[in-house]
Design a protein around this ligand. Sequence first.
Ligand code: GAP
Length: 517
Amino acid sequence: MSQQADQFKKLVSHCKEYGFIFPSSEIYDGLSAVYDYGPYGAELKNNIKAYWWQSMVQMHENIVGLDSAIFMHPLIWKASGHVDAFNDPLIDNKDSKKRYRADQLIEGYLEKLEEKMAKEVEKARKRFGDSFDEAMFRQTNPRVAEYQQQHDAILDRFTQSMGAGNLADIKALIDELEIADPETGSRNWTEVRQFNLMFSTQYGGSVSDEDSKLYLRPETAQGIFVNFLNVQKTTRQKVPFGIAQIGKAFRNEIVARQFIFRMREFEQMEMQFFVRPGEEMKWYNYWKEARMKWHLALGTPAEKLKFKDHDNLAHYANAAVDIQFDFPFGFKELEGIHSRTDFDLSSHQQLSGRKLQYFDSELNENYVPYVVETSVGCDRMFLALISQALQEESVPDAKGEDATRTVLKLHPALAPVKCAVLPLLKNKEELTGKAREVFNDLKHSFLCQYDEKDAIGRRYRRQDAIGTPFCVTIDFDTLEDNTVTIRERDSMQQERVRIDEVEGIVRKRTEMAGLFR
Ligand code: GAP
């Protein structure tokens, strides 16, 4: 097993062992690509959502929130294009009976070519040292140039065929490139077929015709579009303004692997920003930068995040970029920023027969606004944060079992538990009583934990493993002078402070205001 795969496996078992994420319906052998969040997972997820919500709604006078229903009129999905175009091209392997996304097989082939080029570049960089000119090398090295030519030709054909819905050519490309089933090596493929990703259900019990068919929303965005005028009128917002929403979305993903990266039920944090027609690229660039800053504020190293423009634009977009994160299985989409034009509002206007126009008093003009969307998956954000935070490190001056520790270095504002209160000994009434007193006071301000079981070192390790930024220990000196030891998670530094100082210390490091500033 590669080191990366091994680390990923450890991450998944850490999430289960410490109550962050459980497989759904586990006692019935689980339900593929559906997960439940345990006590600490639920806290972390709530904190991620609070950080997103506050940075949108609290920090922008011109962004307001919404909580629309999951069930919506089925025509909404006709107008949005999801009934006709929210498809993935699937292909089955006749020997292994495994199902794949045809586009992902070709993208995987392209990624391998990119890796080959990157390897040649790295070899040359080592050979030439400081004088190495990467751009020149990529142009002049015959092997790299050949890979690049091949890459560009495949990408060009792939983009065209995907855009035109030419599934026969996607199949031809898979055959010509001799792409094999990644698990078995077989090249015995079926034709490529379109597969709609929406789940449907029946509305109203007994009826079962097409009219009573409802879809579980595959994105939260449409709830915002159909409420655009309700929100604008009731809040008296002027363009440009935004509507933010957090909620569940459902997609019948063909290939759902990699833990909570690709789920069938997940949560999105989406904001639609309504702008004047013609100003969408200015706002698209604004939100690209703003969203990158939001990720960086959490302490995510810049080299773990990058922009990737879309090769294939969705049916509603005239520009689109992903913020990719370096997950344990490589750089993949974490967030999408899309310039959606007036596609959605115009389609809803047409199909519903209701005007969805805005009167711009400065221009003295009615128009359908253009929209720039930011859309980040809450679960993917969770995976990005926890995979980067989970670390194993050696503890200076410690021996045996204590020489290493597993620590979750989450940003303190997002940590599930902010402070643990620990009496030095369990069976000393004066210590446990005092510790309870401290805990009962601090719990008004933050989520705290009282823990008296096991030796103090083990209790510190338990808190490290769930990412608690501070541990407060009550000892015999506390009874004399009302001071406690406060230990900081990352540095493991311990400091003696007065009990009445603890709340301020913990608050300063864990409040969200620090992130916004
Ligand atoms: N409204 C636009 C939209 O839905 P998207 O790129 O399809 O765009 C936005 O999805 C974000 O939702 C993605 O960047 C990802 O973080 C998250 N997401 C999409 N599909 C997902 C899935 N199956 N499981 C978990 N997260 C998903």
